[in-house]
Design a protein around this ligand. Sequence first.
Ligand code: SF4
Ligand code: SF4
Length: 259
Amino acid sequence: MAFECTCCGECCMRIMIKNEGKQYVEQLRQEQAERNKKGPVYYLTPVEERAFWLYEWEMEGYKESAKMLGLKIGFNPVRAIYDELGKTWMVLSWSLDSDKCPFVDDKFRCRVYQERSLVCHSFPVNVKLFAQLAGGSRQIDDPLGIRCPVVPREKFNKSLKAFAEEYGDAFRAAYESYVTELTFMRAINSQIARFPMRVKVHSGPIPQDRKNVQPAIAYLTGLGVLPKGFEKDLVKFASSEAERLIKQLKAGEPYQILR
Ligand code: SF4
Ligand code: SF4
């Protein structure tokens, strides 16, 4: 690994976006306000009240762990699509609703280390790295977590192979997270397009209705739009895709980032 974690707790104790600095928060707020004017994916919780994103199955896993450990836990819905037919928000990603993660112990260690979310697992590698690479960008200027005091503040001027070797598991988890996001959105879009009579996706200004807010996969599986076990297949696919990329990088073969 390219850095030694000192267990300062920063990445688990102050997890809300409000800690990232006024300029960043304002920029994100404006971007999301623009998106909320047209959809079809809307942001339901203000930037300041959000932490890192979690997929539905990760949220469910955290709920289970909190129950077993006797901890209080809460979530906010983040990105969501509105189904006009069912008058329901289908939530694609969630956030913890606290600034301190409930799983961090008093020595700043993670109590669910083996089951932590992909975002936690990939820290300090920024998942956006892959979106930028896939988009053909040459300006990879933010490949690492921004508030860790010991992560080197380097620009991304190395080969992907060198980066993968330095950041090991975190690199792999970041790629898995990128693949999950990409595949998840594609599957949802294509499945909804195949079942237009069951779900009608709203676009245009954000609907004011907030009565029904449901996890997207559970909702769409219930309607028969997504197959049962969808998330398990998705996780398996992301993991095998990461395996492929790492193998190719290690062997010095030409590699392909999923687009
Ligand atoms: S789940 Fe674990 S690694 Fe992730 S923020 Fe909480 S304590 Fe930190
Ligand atoms: S911010 Fe960096 S040094 Fe501090 S606990 Fe997180 S990874 Fe370790």
